[in-house]
Design a protein. Structure first.
Length: 238
């Protein structure tokens, strides 16, 4: 069994600013691609990539971003660690924010940057440094699309969009993710909040609070999403 793991760590400063770091381990996709017949192209003699790129240098190669998203993107960094022979495919996006209300925009921006970055790898990588991963092996659904997350002063709330969730059976992307999970490749997410002061309240079925009450960890799985999506809801007050 293998999996795709995403860890998003959001750290708040006392003035409401902070950083968001999203690490995605998609190494399981390489094994899946090899099983689908790409093994010959993914030997141990292939070149590897281990680098960090300032996103302001990539703006021109990200054509689908709005003017506002480009402004936010210029402040970010993208780390790539790709080694097909060792079956490693890890990305790390780092964004600062001046206000917590920017976080949802950064989430959307992160998804776009990831999609376009991985498309480059699917197309053969920059300069042929990495072999392609079949486009049909890339996950295209998102659990986040079925929730609203609001950030206000000292309060973070995530709620299920019930009306939308009722039609999740028609979402081909999410159904593909469900099938992949059933075949031994679950896609799990860990969300971490580092708070500037102890939490007064941290509610949610999958919420864990550290002893000093300044770190909140929320685990989300595809199984929970389809079995009982309310497990992914939470409310944090600090």
């Amino acid at each position: 069994m293998t999996s795709c793991e995403t860890t998003r760590e959001i750290s708040f400063n006392a003035d409401g600013s902070g950083t968001m770091v999203t690490t995605t381990d998609m190494s399981g996709l390489i094994a899946l691609a090899k099983m689908s017949g790409q093994g010959k192209e993914m030997g141990k003699d292939e070149k590897s990539i281990d680098t960090t790129i300032n996103l302001d240098k990539m703006i021109d190669s990200l054509p689908d971003l709005s003017a506002e998203e480009k402004t936010l993107a210029r402040k970010g960094k993208l780390g790539l660690n790709i080694d097909m022979g060792e079956e490693k495919l890890v990305t790390k996006l780092h964004f600062p924010f001046s206000d917590a209300k920017e976080i949802n925009k950064l989430n959307e921006l992160s998804a776009k940057v990831m999609q376009q970055t991985m498309k480059k790898q699917i197309d053969g990588g920059a300069g042929g440094e990495a072999p392609p991963i079949p486009a049909d092996e890339m996950p295209k659904g998102s659990m986040d699309d079925y929730f609203t997350t609001t950030y206000s002063k000292g309060v973070i709330v995530k709620k299920l969009i019930t009306a939308k969730y009722d039609s999740v059976g028609n979402d081909k992307g999410m159904q593909t993710i469900k099938e992949m999970a059933g075949e031994g490749m679950p896609m799990n997410t860990t969300l971490i909040f580092n708070l500037p002061r102890p939490a007064k309240k941290a509610e949610g079925k999958n919420v864990k609070l550290s002893e000093d009450k300044k770190k909140v960890t929320i685990l989300s799985s595809v199984d929970d999403f389809f079995d009982d999506a309310t497990k992914l809801e939470f409310r944090i007050e600090y």
